[in-house]
Write a protein that binds this ligand. Structure first.
Ligand code: GLN
Length: 302
């Protein structure tokens, strides 16, 4: 039984692409490919080699349901339940922000810094689905990561992603609001690297983002308060306490925030060497600062 009359994957692809265009999906061809690949348990390029293969008729019903959800602006990644980041697969649900490609810059910069260290203890604040923590742990087999989030539901997803990517034994997940999760654990001056992609969109801008974001992604992962900087401000202020002398802080920022964050950093005792890194589209995306507090050993001339 072929309800819509097609027998081959290629026919279904053309039909699906057209249906997605009808409901105004911008990248209809790409999304059609991802949907069909996901159904067939293949990658998009593998699917392209299978266009002549017969398609299970039951797939059409599933695809119809997905098109309806997409028509209501639900992001493709939530519909499929997964996405790719740093060439790894991550489960995503509406409890977590969907990883953005530009956030790979945080991972890239973190790895570049830690490669020169043996071991390495990393703190990832606002871990969400765990994409940054997991990617760093995958790249640096000697490193250990502590990842925090205020959302217990997000931490469940992050733990699952650490397991599916085989790094669960080197990441500890803690629930709490930024550094609060660390209180009383004796972790002052402990971290070689602190990374964070915190919420940084100004509250008034969150509702006017594209509907895929404003209607479906967790507001708590996006809303950075009145000026967008409320989390970044707290991270910058508390980072020197938890960084080792010489340790690095890397924070993702939004468009146009570099100057304000630079000013914030300059006002914080114990941080210096402020730098900004641009993403592949040329936008300021990550700020970096080093912990300038002298080590205890230095105080004894050691
Ligand atoms: N980069 C995300 C966006 O543009 C925002 C992520 C964040 O606030 N950390 O939707």
């Amino acid at each position: 039984m072929y309800a819509d009359g097609f027998r081959r994957t290629g026919d279904a692809f053309l039909w699906l692409k057209e249906r997605l265009e009808e409901v105004s999906v911008e990248e209809a061809e790409r999304e059609a490919l991802f949907m069909l690949a996901h159904l067939g348990g293949a990658g998009p390029s593998e699917l392209l080699a299978r266009l002549d293969e017969p398609l299970d008729a039951a797939c059409i019903e599933v695809l119809n349901g997905w098109v309806e959800r997409r028509a209501r602006h639900e992001p493709l990644q939530y519909i499929l339940g997964s996405t790719e980041f740093w060439s790894l697969e991550f489960r995503v649900t509406p409890d977590v922000l969907i990883p953005r490609p530009e956030t790979e810059l945080l991972v890239e910069e973190g790895i570049r810094f830690l490669r020169d260290h043996t071991g390495g203890l990393v703190l990832d604040l606002c871990t969400g689905c765990g994409c940054v923590a997991v990617s760093i742990a995958r790249e640096l087999p000697e490193a250990s990561v502590l990842a925090t989030d205020v959302s217990a539901a997000a931490l469940d997803i992050a733990r699952e992603n650490a397991r599916s990517n085989d790094v669960a034994e080197r990441i500890v997940f803690l629930e709490g609001d930024l550094f609060d999760a660390l209180e009383g654990r004796g972790l002052d001056a402990s971290f070689d690297l602190i990374v964070s992609n915190p919420p940084y969109i100004a509250s008034s801008d969150v509702d006017v983002l594209q509907p895929e974001v404003s209607l479906y992604e967790p507001r708590s992962a996006l809303d950075g308060g009145e000026d967008g900087l409320s989390f970044i401000r707290r991270i910058v202020e508390d980072a020197p306490r938890f960084l080792r002398p010489g340790g690095l802080l890397l924070v993702e920022i939004g468009n146009g925030q570099a100057e304000d964050v630079g000013r914030l950093l300059e006002g914080v005792e114990g941080l210096g060497g402020f730098e900004v890194r641009k993403d592949y589209s040329g936008a300021d995306r990550v700020v970096a600062a080093r912990c300038t507090r002298p080590s205890q050993r230095a105080a004894y001339g050691l």
